[in-house]
Design a protein around this ligand. Structure first.
Ligand SMILES: Cc1cc2nc3c(=O)[nH]c(=O)nc-3n(C[C@H](O)[C@H](O)[C@H](O)COP(=O)(O)OP(=O)(O)OC[C@H]3O[C@@H](n4cnc5c(N)ncnc54)[C@H](O)[C@@H]3O)c2cc1C
Length: 385
């Protein structure tokens, strides 16, 4: 049986960043990804520039979309809009995550794709994990590790076994993107956000420009919600954007995602138990108020590796170390969970809320974004604050 210090399940943002920092710290690390890589991941692929600081690497231009973002335009239920300069990274997850996988490998982590977690047994000082290669049970293999890191995203494989109580029988939410090959009266360097509970009852619906595998640019129109009406909401929003911004062209790709983690549960954020540590979306660090998740995923990946290294050095408990390092992020996620816009029953209520809080949030964005330049990677304030 092969033995490792850490086995990380999931080759997305959280898993790759955890693998990089675990291997960098001298831990014998294996990270596995169930899909063949490079793999696609439904995601808008937009992030604050501080993501590079958390990852500890500068994203090469070849991994970014042709159009980077330098402006945000917010449209409100009352028909008004505001626009502000704000630079953000714009990438597709396929080249981006492939690059993250490569970095972790360069630091010495062993990587296997088309390899999935099946089950595990825990003892007081290690875990034995059954992994399956190529989807074939006859390829099942047991791997021993001192720590098992769950980084499997919105459909957490390990948490589902350990804590089935955290999941709903029905979908608790989802998102849908249309990729359009055509023209629009939109600026390809602007991120458009549309606040309206008929289109999105958790945050805002969106439109922006993306580069697909063929190197060409496409308009993306999409939305999300925390109920099962995603198609109706998306169609209504798409109709609005087509009329208002003269979007014309063929939909060449539809990409969607559904969630079964109970987003309303007070236990949504869960960092693990004993030798099993959870990161990213699998840990419930999904934050629909902030509207992004890769920064929390990357930070949790970096901090889980730090926690294991610290526990080894000091003879302490890794979960305690991890919980202490994650305190700020967990608090922010839990606080935001209480503020999700699903609680507004009408657009008038939502508008009143935006009138009250938008200016403060906007100022907070600029101030915290400026302060982040001087903060260490691990102390980054996740935006919006
Ligand atoms: C439509 C949509 C748009 C979004 N837009 C943005 C955005 O613009 N900006 C932003 O910051 N965030 C965005 N997010 C959120 C962001 O995608 C997630 O927060 C982020 O990907 C979480 O990273 P992760 O590493 O936890 O999970 P993931 O990136 O999902 O990675 C998990 C990996 O684990 C693998 N896996 C699953 N099960 C197993 C198994 N049993 N064995 C082995 N591997 C397994 C999966 O194949 C996957 O590759 C968006 C999400 C959605 C759904």
């Amino acid at each position: 049986m092969k033995e490792y210090d850490v086995l990380i399940v999931g080759g997305g943002v959280a898993g790759s960043v955890a693998a990089k920092f675990a291997a960098k710290g001298g831990l014998k690390t294996l990270f596995i990804e169930k899909k063949k890589t490079p793999r696609n991941k439904p995601c808008s692929g937009i992030q604050f520039n501080y993501l590079e600081k958390i990852i500890g690497e500068k994203v090469p231009p070849s991994r970014l979309c042709n159009n980077q973002l330098d402006r945000i335009e917010m449209h409100f239920p009352n028909g008004r809009h505001v626009t502000a300069p704000f630079a953000m990274l714009n990438f597709m997850r396929k080249p981006f995550d492939d690059w993250l996988n490569t970095i972790a490998k360069e630091y010495g982590a062993e990587f296997r794709d088309e390899c999935e977690y099946v089950r595990h047994d825990e003892t007081s000082d290690h875990v034995v994990v059954t992994v399956r290669t190529g989807g074939k049970p006859e390829n099942d293999e047991q791997v021993k590790a001192r720590y098992l890191v769950e980084a499997t995203g919105l459909m957490p494989a390990i948490r589902k076994i350990i804590r089935p109580c955290d999941f709903s029988a029905k979908y608790t939410g989802g998102a849908l993107n249309y990729y359009i090959n055509g023209t629009a009266d939109l600026n390809p360097r602007t991120l458009y956000q549309f606040w309206n509970i008929e289109w999105n009852n958790t945050m805002f619906a969106w439109a922006y420009n993306k580069t697909l595998d063929d190197g060409k640019d496409y308009w993306v129109v999409g939305t999300g919600c925390n109920d099962s009406n995603i198609k109706e909401r998306q169609e209504a929003f798409y109709k609005h954007v087509k009329e208002k911004f003269h979007v014309e062209g063929e939909i060449v790709k539809k990409e969607g995602y559904t969630v079964t983690i109970d987003l309303l549960s007070k236990d949504r954020v869960w960092l693990g138990r004993e030798r099993v540590l959870a990161t990213g979306d699998a840990a419930g660090l999904i934050d629909t108020v902030r509207g992004v998740g890769m920064d929390a995923a990357a930070l949790s990946g970096r901090l889980v590796a730090k926690a294991i290294l610290k526990a080894d050095k000091n003879g302490t408990n890794a979960l305690d170390e991890y919980s202490a390092l994650m305190k700020r992020v967990v608090k922010q996620t839990r606080d935001n969970q209480k503020r999700e816009i699903g609680e507004y029953k009408t657009n008038d209520e939502l508008q009143a809320h935006l009138n009250k809080h938008m200016a403060k949030t906007g100022i907070g964005m600029f101030v915290q974004s400026f302060l982040n330049v001087f903060r260490s990677a691990e102390q980054q304030k996740l935006l919006p604050p």
